[in-house]
Ligand binder design. Structure first.
Ligand code: FAD
Ligand code: NAP
Ligand code: SF4
Length: 670
């Protein structure tokens, strides 16, 4: 008997029966654009081997004007169809099922040829769209239908028509963008004509194949769809021939986080649950679901028929197989950080995953058994050392892992103490479970010394960092603390200056302004903080009263020397969330600061040439780090081969992504 009986139960979508109720949601990986179709095929085949019920590809453009960016991949030529056939064959050989997403971006298409319902520019694009005429609309429908027919020709088990997230079809649905007065605009019947017509004609073109329609349940924009409209559309889409409805949450231009790590798990599943009794076809729920237990609970509780998870399949292609085998603790968790997936996508880089550097690098980062097993010591059980130890042991080396602390994880414990970053706890627990299931000999509470390491064939130094002092006059005063002390519970006064506005300065400011339950663990509190209302009460689902954050626990100043706005270097897709959170808490963020002295009155600074004293009780130093590699000279003197990784190697701009990637790659090559 499995622990996840509902999740792992088969489901039939039209003519196709899936082996379980887990869908790998669509993700743009950038792999198609590499032109290496073996690599694309291996990415999906690995997930098929890992047991997922159905996968949806990244969005394929139906035509040039609808591509998310110029040159976006699509099924335009016979060669494209042949390339996609490599993928579908490999997936089917692995026992999997795969549908192709058709994504027409409308006014989100990043180019001057973009089109939409009306010429209303999106706030997140510099390009005003061209309003389509009747003939133009017919062309878009025909192109989508052609893409669907070609997908079936290329061997896909079905298609997903992207109708949410503020893309083309979604744009026609709301008055916010659709200002037309012809048969494609005005009444809701007219505004929904395009998506319904698309689904009707796609169904006619693809026979009995799976047709998924991704419907926006809450737009999170002003003047978005009402709940009645969502239900009306869902029923019409069912009538037009969809096999299943997948959930979309929020337009891309919404100022509410929808998938970041600070969003509560399954925060929007209640909306899928509300839609489910309104239609006769299955519904799929999505957004911030990353464990089999949460997914099982949603299906067992009748909130959805299937669960879509996307990023969790970057973190672990074997998610379903491990859940089915009773090894859920060994599933590498997606911590929803976006650091190696969406942040990469939006920087034009190939997608990967912070916790799994092999994601999208399956053919390049190969971890094979070693021919020459050696005795390897790893010092430091932070993410760098843990990844190196697990990878080396997995290859057959005899690995001993030392840490002076009483738990593995290193600085991940500090990250996990920040409200909104609770998912880091799961990452630590996964490392613990993986070490326990491995052959690694773990020595906690052990300060490594050169003598202790003498008998090993090689030593990997992963000893991390030490926080850097800021060098401010008076920094030795009792009311000046390092971020480490603060996050480990040192008492802090009601008014605080945070020196340094990097990732850690922002996190510390969040920690200090917060009290009580983390909104991430309390969905109702989180919705109030971000102003998420009920689409049944207000069109689009934005609460009329706006965000209602809890009052800050302290008055905080967040400071940096650079004259620019603090927070510019934070994550591409998440930096705005951190900035908005601190703004809501009244944090005063200052750039162009020079630090004069810590005085009994507070922190004396000069800001853009003007001296002033910030009247604070506590100063917290978050001024970056220096590598900690005191063991190196002794080990070198003993003639031991030493490899240095993570913060011990380069502290500047270090994050867990680099630490894990470097540890894995080193051990793959040893
Ligand atoms: P560490 O994690 O520092 O691990 C080093 C380990 O070595 C420690 O466990 C230490 O006890 C041990 N050690 C040192 N010397 C010895 C010795 N002589 N003998 C035995 N053991 C020893 N990164 C992200 O990617 N995303 C984030 O959102 C993020 N948020 C963060 C938030 C905060 C508040 C902090 C502090 C950090 C955050 N980071 C984040 C950074 C991330 O945690 C680090 O980059 C990462 O932990 C560095 O990994 P590491 O293995 O090199 O070193
Ligand atoms: P950081 O990003 O390098 O920031 C250090 C800050 O200290 C900067 O604001 C810097 O700005 C300031 N500073 C540097 N030297 C100083 C000095 N001598 N005196 C006063 N101020 C000084 O480092 P961090 O914040 O310590 O973070 C470490 C790493 O952890 C980061 O690289 C980051 O990737 C990772 N992290 C990531 C996240 C995330 O959400 N992805 C969160 C936390 C941490 P000025 O020089 O302008 O003053
Ligand atoms: Fe999840 Fe972060 Fe990996 Fe993206 S990079 S898949 S958000 S863990």
């Amino acid at each position: 008997m499995t622990t996840y009986p509902h999740l792992l139960q088969p489901i039939t979508l039209g003519a196709v029966t899936l082996r379980n109720r887990v869908l790998m949601g669509s993700m743009h990986t950038g792999l198609e654009e590499t032109g290496d179709w073996n690599r694309v095929a291996e990415f999906y085949a690995a997930r098929a081997r890992g047991g997922v019920g159905l996968m949806v590809t990244g969005g394929m453009a139906p035509n040039r004007e609808g591509g998310v960016f110029p040159g976006a991949a699509g099924l335009f030529t016979a060669q494209d169809i042949a390339n996609h056939r490599i993928v579908t064959d490999r997936v089917h050989d692995a026992g999997g099922r795969i549908a192709m997403q058709i994504l027409h971006a409308g006014r989100y298409a990043y180019g001057p040829d973009c089109v939409s319902a009306s010429a209303v520019k999106s706030p997140i694009s510099p390009f005003p769209p061209r309003e389509l005429d009747e003939e133009g609309i017919e062309k878009q429908i025909a192109d989508i239908v052609t893409a669907a027919a070609r997908a079936i020709e290329a061997g896909y088990d079905g298609v997903e028509v992207m109708g949410s997230e503020g893309y083309f079809l979604n744009q026609f649905l709301v008055r916010h963008v659709n200002r037309r007065s012809d048969r494609w605009g005005g009444s809701y019947e007219n505004r929904m004509r395009l998506p319904v017509e698309v689904v009707r004609r796609v169904r006619a073109a693809i026979g009995e194949a799976i047709l998924i329609y991704r419907i926006s349940l809450i737009d999170l924009i002003p003047d978005g769809s009402t709940w009645d409209e969502v239900v009306t559309l869902a029923r019409a889409i069912e009538g037009a021939g969809a096999s299943v409805l997948n959930t979309g949450i929020g337009w891309h231009e919404a100022r509410v986080p929808t998938i970041a790590t600070s969003v509560p798990r399954a925060a929007f599943a209640h909306l899928t649950a509300r839609l489910r009794p309104e239609v006769g076809i299955p519904v799929i729920t999505s957004n911030r679901i990353n464990t089999p237990a949460v997914a099982e609970g949603l299906i067992a509780g009748g909130q959805a028929d299937m669960v879509s998870m996307a990023r969790p399949f970057l973190a672990d292609p074997d998610f379903v197989a491990k859940a089915a085998a009773g090894r859920a603790a060994e599933i590498a968790p997606c911590i929803a950080c976006n650091q190696a997936c969406l942040d990469h996508t939006f920087s034009g880089k190939l997608t990967s995953c912070l916790v799994n550097p092999r994601a999208c690098h399956e053919t390049e980062l190969v971890i094979a058994p070693t021919d020459t097993p050696r005795r390897i010591a790893v010092v430091g059980a932070g993410p760098a050392g843990l990844s190196a130890a697990l990878t080396a042991a997995g290859r057959g080396h005899a690995v001993t892992l030392f840490d002076r602390a009483d738990r593995v994880g290193g600085q991940l414990h500090l990250a996990a103490s920040i409200p909104g970053k609770e998912e880091f706890r799961g990452l630590i627990e996964w490392f613990e479970a993986s070490i326990a299931a491995s052959t690694v000999d773990l020595r906690l509470n052990t300060e490594a010394s050169p003598e202790m390491l003498a008998g090993f064939d090689a030593v990997i130094l992963a000893t991390g960092i030490t926080p850097r002092p800021a060098g401010i006059t008076g920094e030795g005063a009792a009311n000046v603390l390092s971020y480490r002390e603060v996050l480990r519970g040192a008492p802090v006064g009601p008014r605080v200056a945070v020196v340094g506005a990097g990732g850690i300065g922002f996190d510390v400011a969040e920690f200090l302004t917060h009290h009580g339950t983390s909104p991430t663990l309390d969905p109702a509190l989180w919705r109030r903080e971000w102003g998420v209302g009920d689409p049944a009460q207000v069109a689009g689902g934005l609460a009329p009263e706006g965000p209602q954050p809890e009052p800050p626990a302290r008055q905080v100043w967040l400071l940096q020397r650079k004259p620019e706005k603090p927070g510019r270097k934070l994550g591409k897709t998440t930096g705005w969330i951190h900035r908005a959170t601190l703004q809501m808490k009244g944090v005063r963020m200052l750039g162009g600061v020079s630090y004069d002295a810590v005085t009994p009155e507070g922190l004396a600074v000069t800001v853009n040439g003007a001296p002033q004293v910030l009247p604070v009780d506590t100063v917290v130093i978050c001024a970056g780090q220096e590598p900690e590699r005191g063991l190196e000279p002794g080990l070198r003197a003993m003639g031991l081969p030493v490899h240095i990784i993570g913060g011990a190697d380069v502290a500047a701009e270090l994050d867990a992504k680099r630490a894990i990637d470097q540890g894995t790659r080193l051990a793959a090559a040893l």
